[in-house]
Design a protein around this ligand. Structure first.
Ligand code: GLN
Length: 211
């Protein structure tokens, strides 16, 4: 895991907790705030927070187009909560769409006021039982046929994978369990795309890091 350099979108929200979890697993993190930060990363995390604000900041920072291109091009992506909303092709209860690379319809703040935040445990395909912390969370109302459903809670879809994109309604970075991040790092290591990016951008990276 030590060779993975993972980008963590750091415009707003719970990005530090993702960094702490990834760092504890031996990954090196780069905070992504501007397009040049994307160079040479082998994966990216889109954290929870407030999706409307994050969507606006993606445009202001100039990250929107290059980030969308990287994700659509195969960059391993772990999106949690607001991050999942950013990826969704459609938001069922809002006219907004952000990156739109994940063919699902999400419902924002899907658990209403009373259940706005709760903790549970459920099985995730390929990983096993995971603690799940939901904070004003979305769930997935509909997933396209080629989207793999990884977990459901109370009959609602809360974890999916589509090609290189993993979308979660909950916050694994706020739990004690590193299982999801470990699994994501394995995906980053195994993706030919990340190797190709590393070798293509290696020298530019060094320059960038030296600045
Ligand atoms: N409710 C938030 C939104 O719609 C997401 C909450 C979260 O990321 N914990 O953006």
């Amino acid at each position: 895991m030590r060779n993975s350099r993972i980008g963590v979108l750091a415009l707003q929200g719970a990005f530090i907790e993702h960094e702490q979890m990834l760092t504890s697993l031996g990954a090196v993190c780069t905070e992504i705030r501007q397009p040049s930060d994307l160079i040479g990363i082998g994966g990216i995390v889109l954290p929870g927070g407030e999706s409307t604000v994050q969507g606006q900041l993606l445009h202001k920072s100039g990250l929107f187009a290059p980030l969308k291109e990287k994700i659509a091009g195969g960059l391993p992506t772990l999106a949690t909560c607001a991050g999942l909303i950013l990826l969704a092709e459609e938001i069922g209860n809002s006219p907004a769409t952000h990156l739109g690379t994940l063919p699902v319809i999400v419902k924002r703040n899907a658990y209403g006021r009373q259940l706005a935040s709760f903790v549970t445990e459920a099985s995730v395909t390929g990983i096993g039982n995971c603690p799940m912390i939901f904070i004003r969370a979305p769930y997935i109302e509909h997933a396209a046929e080629n989207v793999e459903i990884l977990a459901k809670v109370g009959g609602n879809i809360v974890a999916v994978r589509y090609e290189n994109q993993i979308g979660l309604s909950f916050h694994p970075e706020l739990s004690e369990s590193p299982k999801i991040h470990e699994w994501f790092l394995t995906k980053c290591q195994n993706t030919a795309f990340s190797t190709r990016q590393h070798s293509l951008n290696g020298s530019r990276d060094q320059l960038h890091l030296a600045l």
